[in-house]
Ligand binder design. Sequence first.
Ligand SMILES: Nc1ncnc2c1ncn2[C@@H]1O[C@H](COP(=O)(O)OP(=O)(O)OP(=O)(O)O)[C@@H](O)[C@H]1O
Ligand SMILES: [Mg+2]
Length: 478
Amino acid sequence: MSARILIVDDDGQHQAAVAEMVSSLGYIADTASDGEEALEKIGAAEADAIVTDLLMPRLDGFQLLRTLLERGDLTPAIVLTGFGSMEQALSIVHGLQAFWFLEKPVQRGVLATLLERAVRQKQLLNQAERLHRQLSGQGRLMDLVGSSPPMRQVYSFIQQVAPSSASVLITGESGTGKELVATALHRLSPRADHPFVAINCAALPETLIESELFGHEKGSFTDALERRAGCFEQAHQGSLLLDEIGEMPLATQAKFLRILEEARVRRVGGAVEIPVDVRVIVSTSRNLEALVRENRFREDLFYRLNVIRIALPPLRHRKEDIPALVDALIRDLNRRHACRVADVHPAAMAQLMQYHWPGNIRELRNIVERALIVAHQGALLPSHLPRGFPSPETHAAPPAPKAGLTLRLEPGGPLRDVENAYIQLTLKLTRNNKRRAAEILGISVRTLHNRLAQIAAGSRQDHHSEPVAAGVAENGGK
Ligand SMILES: Nc1ncnc2c1ncn2[C@@H]1O[C@H](COP(=O)(O)OP(=O)(O)OP(=O)(O)O)[C@@H](O)[C@H]1O
Ligand SMILES: [Mg+2]
């Protein structure tokens, strides 16, 4: 079937002349008199290439290209230029990602070559998209494995939203693949050839987070020995993942929201605003709605981010994916550890299927990795799994407090004291394993550290006062 070329020009005579040339080259020519009509036509039937004038009423060529870019529409566009400035023409090609430019009056030979290439590019893009779709139908998308209905839904949603530049919120428990989804979004987007920058808001102390995100000028604070570009600048034209967004300090949230709205960033200690073109992806394992209710997350920022949301299911809700995941993990880990494990014994697989996987795929990976190293080659047997796996205690989602550790509550004091006591109790339960304790409490390790520091400061202050409303009681409160 012939390719369809859309010619956008407000000058009727010129439009007709180009259309005739296009038809004589064997393409189907379609026409529009401005950007708005062009968008309507593209909406009704996809074009294989666009030839567009720049100066037009209503929606001009610049706005048309910008709109297509924002929508993630990758139809190659050839821009007609009348002003003969090579520099300006190149800046359009570069900035608005036009396919190429064509000087007026249009020469048939040049148009023929450009159209041939543009149409070929569009065909390749379509082919790549079909392949992605096919693969996702087989239960894979980029590095994501699993063909359960919730994962298929995730894949099709990723494919839908990847081409646009709109920000995306990814939610899901720890280890469910939020980072993999963020990478897939980037790699399937028109930004794929530009940087993907990831930053974890929970891993940075409050004092450093703004300089990491926004950059800083030399001398803006004690440690700022050199001027430094922040993540936004580093991710220019690419994508930026802000992991654990729930841990972003409130003051930083306000600045972040401004950048989202204005697409400009000001370095710490800087006077000028630098324009940035970044697709923002945020992720969290926390319940952001709850954080909003507790005034720990800005409501306006939440609404701004919650427009496109990808919620990843926990592994226990899609256990049918475990065999495919284990298979993919074994192939990857064999390579990493120079092992030759061929398959998994049905009894071992049954054990893997039984478990509740609170740590999701990250935990599955750890267990498979350990077993694979032990087995080294042949089949993965139940004896290669950790002893007692899956132990009864690991079946329950949130680990139940063990006997001997209970919280004694006596109403009449501040809520903060109950929380503090509960934090201390959880630390005891995990034998002071702060990472695990933070996981159980549903807070970040950084928040846990902050709370412990506050508790320590508080206890230094009320050294002599009696513990009030709540306290940790061991051995059933005795
Ligand atoms: N669908 C999947 N298919 C294959 N591997 C996966 C999948 N989901 C996650 N993984 C693997 O599990 C591990 C954890 O994934 P990832 O880091 O993306 O999780 P996360 O949700 O960002 O976790 P956290 O909240 O703890 O940061 C990685 O090794 C990743 O490769
Ligand atoms: Mg992560």
